[in-house]
Structures are given as C-alpha cells and as structure tokens.
Design a protein around this ligand. Structure first.
Ligand code: THU
Length: 141
C-alpha cells in the first residue's frame, strides 16, 4: 500500500499558492495530491476577467495529473493563501471523484475524510454505463 505523508502534501499545497493567478478575488488557492504511482501533482487557481471562466486549483491539479501520464488520486490537500485547510467546492468534489482511487482520502477542515464522505452517492461513470446497458437490452419507445 502506498504511504501518505500528509505533511508533505500540505507543504506542496502551500507552495502551489505562490503560482495562483487570483487578481479578482485576491484569494489564492493551492492544492496537492498523491497519485497511485507515487508522484505528487499540484495546482493553483487561475482566474479570468470573465469571472465564471475561473479555474479552481483542483482543475490545474487534475490537468497536471492527466497530462503527466494519468493515474488515480490517493490523497488530496487544499489550502488558502494563509495555509489554512480548504474544502474543495462542490464542482471540484465532482472533478476529484472522477479521478479518485478507491478509498481516496482528503485532508479537510474536520480531519481526514474519504471521498465518499465529502461527496456521498456521487454521480459517476457507472450511471452512464448502467443507462447505456439498459438501453441496449430494453430500448425506449
Ligand atoms: N477556489 C478554488 O481554487 N478551489 C475551490 O475548491 C474553491 C474555490 C478558488 C476559485 C476562485 O479563484 C477563488 O477560490 C475564490 O472563490
């Protein structure tokens, strides 16, 4: 089993805040994750003058992971500009869930939690697969 060093992940998340591009909110965010092949990936938020186009730190983290060879997230940490733990926003919980290793853990404001605890009964690829299979066996109208 892969070992999780939460201190290292927290430090890497803090380091990542230095790369944040957050001129509109003034709220830098850094995130770091341990991938199932042992590498650590990180991300920072990247804002946009069209506010809704903003990329959360989790977006750049997942991009780095996929572009760097893929994999699944085993452990995740996220902080604000003061280094305080931050909960991933709802959209980013969905994003992380898609790329989670079984039993993925998060360093949250209320302690170490599983992905299932922070996004219970998550929508995911299985819902699409189940529907497609159902359609093949019993097509609608
Ligand atoms: N933000 C993240 O990067 N991740 C989250 O999970 C929460 C919010 C960013 C988006 C925006 O640049 C700033 O925090 C303020 O909302």
């Amino acid at each position: 089993m892969i070992e999780i060093d939460w201190q290292v992940l927290h430090a890497r998340a803090i380091e990542a805040t230095a790369s944040a591009y957050a001129p509109y909110s003034g709220f830098p965010v850094g995130a770091a994750a341990l991938v199932d092949d042992g590498r650590i990936v990180a991300g920072a938020n990247i804002e946009n003058a069209a506010y809704g186009v903003t990329l959360c730190a989790e977006c750049s983290l997942v991009s780095e992971m996929i572009m760097g060879g893929g994999g699944r997230i085993v452990a995740f940490a996220c902080v604000n500009g003061d280094g305080d733990r931050l909960m991933p926003c709802g959209r980013c919980r969905q994003l992380l869930s898609e790329h989670a290793a079984p039993g993925m853990l998060l360093d949250t404001v209320s302690g170490i939690r599983t992905m299932d605890e922070v996004l219970p009964d998550a929508f995911g690829p299985a819902a699409l697969d189940d529907y497609a299979q159902q359609q093949r066996s019993e097509p609608r109208g």
